[in-house]
Ligand binder design. Structure first.
Ligand code: FES
Length: 505
């Protein structure tokens, strides 16, 4: 059995960069078919992978031989053993993560105790306690972020990933792996694919897809009733099935913002976090039977209904979505809390956890060009980081870009409100770099300084796609400067920030 691997899977399997695989293909040393390479060809092109003792490749082959043998013995028994071993690997990983997290919490509590003991109540106790509270919140948030970004590339996990059922979508030829811990729809979204769906619980039928080959198993009851013709053609609901073998599905995917319908949904406020008195990070959880279908980088209209939390009128404003469609159960927004932002002030005054807000959208075409082979440069000004965060998380799910570079410009260090998240990306991913730029200057100076950074670090910008989320007048200044530095017009993407602070000239 010769396994087909996507270029990213092949690169991870033998521990080289995706670019190295592409180079072998360009040199005709590795055959590529429909975007995949075979394990056999990979071994020929990278023979050194065979010489190491106990290599991952050998482990994978052994797993595959064992799996085939088990299947020949009894397909059902094999499937059960496979499911149990996956569960065991996953539980082991979770246990290790939880232990690490518990140790860090213990350290944090110890440090908090010392801080509290050191507070001098004689001076300004209220101020000292507030400082201590801010410090504690920041530390807890760091721990949460670290937990979210547990490195996922150690060997056992890669092998585990490799052995999961593969799903191929037609006509797009997109591939992803699927685990019995999630439905086909969840796996597709986690892999950054814009497949169609609605209720996420077997009612609306929007997620239906034609099963062309392989086997699936139902995960939950579904209310949607297929017609006789759909049944005969092998249609399934991706929100209520998982894959138990490699499968091929026929389904449509959104290729541009025009393919995403306008929706109205309601969502509960899950968390409100004010950071450095500069921005509120608001996370919403859509009601169970409602999901917002959107592309990373788009924005929506947020509505505080009349009467909510004592608000006398309905309030609405547009904000970029800071989360990625790969996590449809959570929507994140970054709301500036300066005096000019009425909505920000209303959130502080009227909105609390568990309140219900309305959402309308999505809007906008500030989305990733997924067909482009270029490396990616992201530039954010202040809370313009929101859509950039969504785009970066989406680019990570797709795992297509050779390199990703993030530049986040703020006027003060403390305005860089998710510094730890950016640093964690920088530490966890070998193809990611993060450059904070702190500049309290006029717009033209900011523009020139950014161009200088880009020029120094990348020499020429011909093979980059740039995504810039900043105030309109900064975007306006940057455009001709980027053109003069070799960026093609079709590779520049701008978003004018929503309700962000303007640069004072
Ligand atoms: S998303 Fe509604 S049935 Fe699957």
């Amino acid at each position: 059995m010769d396994r087909h691997l996507s270029l990213s899977q092949a690169a991870r399997l033998i521990g080289v960069k995706r670019g190295d695989i592409q180079k072998k293909i360009q040199e005709n040393k590795l055959k590529v078919m429909e975007g995949t390479v075979t394990l056999l060809d990979l071994k020929k092109a990278f023979p050194e992978a065979q010489y190491e003792d106990n290599t991952m490749l050998e482990k994978v082959e052994k797993f595959m031989r064992d799996a085939v043998h088990k299947m020949a013995q009894s397909e059902r028994e094999g499937a059960q053993i496979d499911a149990l071993s996956r569960r065991l690997v996953k539980m082991n990983q979770e246990l290790a993560d939880e232990r690490k997290h518990a140790e860090k919490m213990e350290e944090l509590i110890y440090a908090l105790k010392h801080r509290l003991m050191a507070i001098n109540l004689g001076d300004n106790p209220e101020h000292a306690l507030n400082d201590c509270k801010d410090w504690f919140h920041a530390e807890v948030r760091n721990l949460e972020i670290e937990k979210m970004i547990t490195p996922i590339d150690h060997m056992e996990q890669q092998i585990h990933q490799f052995m999961l059922p593969h799903v191929r979508l037609l006509p797009s030829r997109h591939d992803f792996t699927s685990d019995k811990s999630e439905t086909l729809l969840e796996s597709a979204l986690r892999s950054g694919l814009a497949v169609d769906y609605g209720c996420n619980n077997g009612k609306c039928g929007k997620c239906k897809a034609k099963l062309l080959s392989g086997k699936v198993e139902k995960t939950a009851h579904q209310d949607y009733v297929f017609s006789e013709s759909e049944k005969a053609q092998g249609y399934i609901l991706t929100c209520s099935n998982w894959a138990i073998t490699d499968i091929t599905l026929e389904t449509e995917e959104a290729v541009s913002a025009d393919d995403i319908p306008l929706q109205s949904i309601t969502a509960k406020v899950k968390k409100l976090q004010t950071i450095n008195n500069h921005a509120i990070i608001m996370t919403l959880r859509p009601l169970r039977s409602q999901r917002l279908r959107f592309l990373a980088g788009q924005h929506i209209e947020l509505i505080i209904p009349e009467g909510s939390g004592g608000s006398e009128t309905e309030l609405q404003a547009e904000y970029s979505i800071a989360s990625c469609p790969c996590e449809p159960s959570t929507l994140e927004f970054h709301i500036p809390v300066n005096d000019q932002s009425n909505f920000g002030q209303a959130i502080i005054k009227h909105v609390k956890a568990n309140d219900t807000l309305k959402l309308k959208g999505p809007y906008g075409s500030f989305v990733l060009d997924e067909d482009s082979p270029n490396s990616l440069i992201f530039v954010a000004w202040d809370t313009g980081f929101a859509p950039i965060k969504g785009l970066i998380e989406h680019a990570m799910s797709l795992d297509n870009a050779d390199t990703i570079h993030l530049y986040w410009i703020t006027r003060k260090v403390e305005e860089n409100y998710l510094e730890n998240l950016c640093r964690s990306w920088n530490n966890a991913l070998d193809n990611f770099t993060y450059t904070p730029i702190v500049l309290e200057s006029k717009t033209d100076v900011v523009a020139e300084s950014l161009i200088k950074h880009l020029h120094n670090e990348h020499k020429h910008l011909l093979n980059f796609d740039l995504y810039i989320s900043a105030p309109g007048h900064l975007n306006h200044l940057l455009k001709p400067l980027l053109l003069a530095n070799g960026v093609k017009p079709e590779n520049m993407h701008f978003e004018s920030t929503f309700h962000g602070d303007e640069i004072n000239d």
